[in-house]
Design a protein around this ligand. Structure first.
Ligand code: AMP
Length: 422
């Protein structure tokens, strides 16, 4: 019979790599706790209308990339392509901002029918934060700070660059859109095919076209910054000032528009030059109009989403996991002394210790050592008949040049911790 494989662009996360995910997730949860953000979990499926209305009918995500089905009740439903729309719906539905501002985060899988490539999948995971009910640019800064904290925690702060822009209010943007469209219409036949189509649907997206000719035409195009009113300028200046005061370096990228319609005012991306074309690790911005658009009360909001696969790819590329890999110790014991072996294993296992402890029972020492090596053990504790009688173990490191030693049972913990510490 032919084997059934996973769908294209959908990856299994296998036992040997999941620790990297857990490491990143633990770091995220620790930071969320420190900043007092609470987790929210919303359904994987939502009404298609929710995404069409919030992300925008003319965006690629809604137009081309959504997994949409007609369910048995003849309603159109979609797998979520991003997290903000679902969170906004839940906040409105449960009137969460009634009690005051909300600072939320999610860790969740998203689905987009894109052409799979390195760093781009059809099912992927995002970590996102959403701050609802606060309009000060101070909170735009706060979420940028907490993303920086994550880079610091993972030791990649110097490998990411913060790009910042402001899109102004929707009225300011509408004026700019008209001016941009006017300008680009003169060059309609010279634009790349995608940009040509966007001229009528979503002219702002033309700004981040990758086509060289289109980019050349754009050098003389009107600039959004010139269309900003006093309020938008003041908010943006305030944000820049806070970032500067706290030593967050950024570059102004006036072409940064982001692919989703609901953004206004500040938008930002953390990018890297280490991953080729999929260079955006995290993107976000303000979306003050979204909750009202979805039938809620006017509620200022700001948030971001980060792709976990891309972050892990970056950490792998930079070889940052090596130092963090957990240590593994395997106890090699005789079947006849399984009671003593399990007893020893129990006394060595504690959630705070510097290693995990596995057990191999039975077989010759030679075959046990081979198995332990295959399982990736860093060290083994040999506990055969003689050792049980003498109440000692032989400790042998498999990946370090350290002499095998005989240890009293009480000394094992210290000895291992010391030697893993280097
Ligand atoms: P977006 O929701 O499009 O603003 O994307 C936010 C972040 O999610 C990006 O910066 C990526 O890190 C990640 N991301 C978006 N689309 C994909 C995808 N198809 N596969 C993997 N990661 C993605």
């Amino acid at each position: 019979m032919s084997k059934i494989k996973a769908l294209r662009g959908m990856k299994d996360l296998l036992p040997d790599e999941i620790w990297k995910w857990q490491l990143v997730e633990n770091s995220i949860k620790k930071i969320m706790q420190a900043y007092a953000y609470k987790e929210i979990r919303t359904p994987l499926l939502e009404s298609t209308k929710l995404f069409a209305r919030s992300i925008g009918d003319s965006t690629d995500i809604v137009n081309k990339e959504m997994y949409t089905f007609l369910d048995k009740g003849e309603d159109f439903i979609s797998l979520r392509p991003e997290g903000t729309a679902g969170v906004a719906r839940a906040v409105i539905e449960h009137n969460l901002t009634y009690k005051g501002a909300q600072k939320l985060f999610y860790l969740a899988n998203m689905f987009r029918y894109e052409r799979p490539q390195k760093g781009r999948y059809r099912q992927f995971y995002q970590f996102g934060v959403e701050v609802l009910g606060l309009d000060s640019p101070a909170f735009d800064a706060e979420i940028i700070f907490l993303s920086r904290k994550l880079w610091q925690d993972l030791n990649i702060e110097n490998d990411l660059k913060l790009e910042l822009n402001t899109l102004g209010s929707s009225a300011e943007r509408a004026n700019f859109r008209l001016a941009l469209k006017d300008y680009l219409s003169k060059y309609e036949n010279e634009l790349d095919a995608d940009s040509k189509a966007r001229l009528t649907t979503n002219p702002l997206r033309i700004l981040d076209s990758k086509d060289a000719k289109t980019q050349e035409i754009l050098t003389q195009a009107p600039v959004l910054f010139d269309f900003l009113g006093a309020n938008s300028r003041a908010d943006f200046d305030h944000l820049c000032e806070i970032l500067q005061l706290s030593g967050v370096e950024f570059v102004l990228n006036t072409k940064l528009v982001r692919g989703l319609d609901y953004y206004n005012k500040s938008v930002f991306e953390w990018t890297t030059d280490k991953l080729g074309s999929q260079n955006a690790i995290l993107g976000g911005g303000r979306y003050d109009g979204l909750l009202e658009l979805l039938g809620g009360k006017p509620t200022p909001a700001v948030g971001f989403a980060m792709g976990i696969e891309r972050l892990i790819l970056l950490l792998e590329t930079l070889d940052k996991f090596k130092a963090q890999a957990g240590k593994k110790v395997i106890l090699l014991a005789d079947e006849n002394f399984s009671a003593q072996a399990l007893n020893l294993a129990e006394s060595l296992r504690s959630s705070s210790s510097a290693y995990s402890l596995d057990l191999i029972l039975g077989g010759s020492i030679r075959s046990q050592l081979k198995k332990a090596d295959k399982l990736g053990a860093d060290a083994v504790l040999i506990y055969a008949e003689q050792e049980v009688a003498k109440k000692v173990v032989l400790c042998k490191f498999l990946r370090k040049n350290i002499e095998q030693v005989s240890l009293n049972l009480n000394d094992i913990e210290n000895y291992l911790t010391q030697n893993f510490g280097d």
